[in-house]
Design a protein around this ligand. Sequence first.
Ligand code: TYD
Length: 137
Amino acid sequence: MKQTSISEVKLIEIPLIKDIRGNLGVLEGSTVPFKFKRVYYLFDVPSDAYRGAHSHKEQEELLIALSGSFDVVLDDGKEKKRILLNSPRHGLYIPPGIWRELEHFSSAAVCLALNSDVYSEADYIRDYDTFQNSKED
Ligand code: TYD
């Protein structure tokens, strides 16, 4: 189990191609600190819903509020941090071994997620006590 900490979570500025016709954000090369193999997105999330509530064993992730806003609550087993994502100009990089919960979705919020691997339930820790124990190993 990777003994990562919240200090390794990073807000990444997404390069923009600005134009009077609108902004174009690009995710390629070294902007994303891992090779992504999967993209998924959350939308139509009720404002009182909680998403996430897991950590990954190996997979890395980048979350972007493509539209609207939501809170990401991060936990490395010792420290917690709440980050409001409210702009498609930034991506939140989350290394493996970090518990995350997503909440307070605004109306029309869209959360885009880039992930370092294809979906594998075996990579998830969905029980908080198991997560805590994995951080104490
Ligand atoms: P879940 O992990 O609960 O979503 P979130 O963390 O965003 O709240 O996933 C919900 C369901 O969707 C669960 O049965 C697993 C499945 N799923 C996939 O099949 N592929 C995927 O890429 C993802 C993210 C989830």
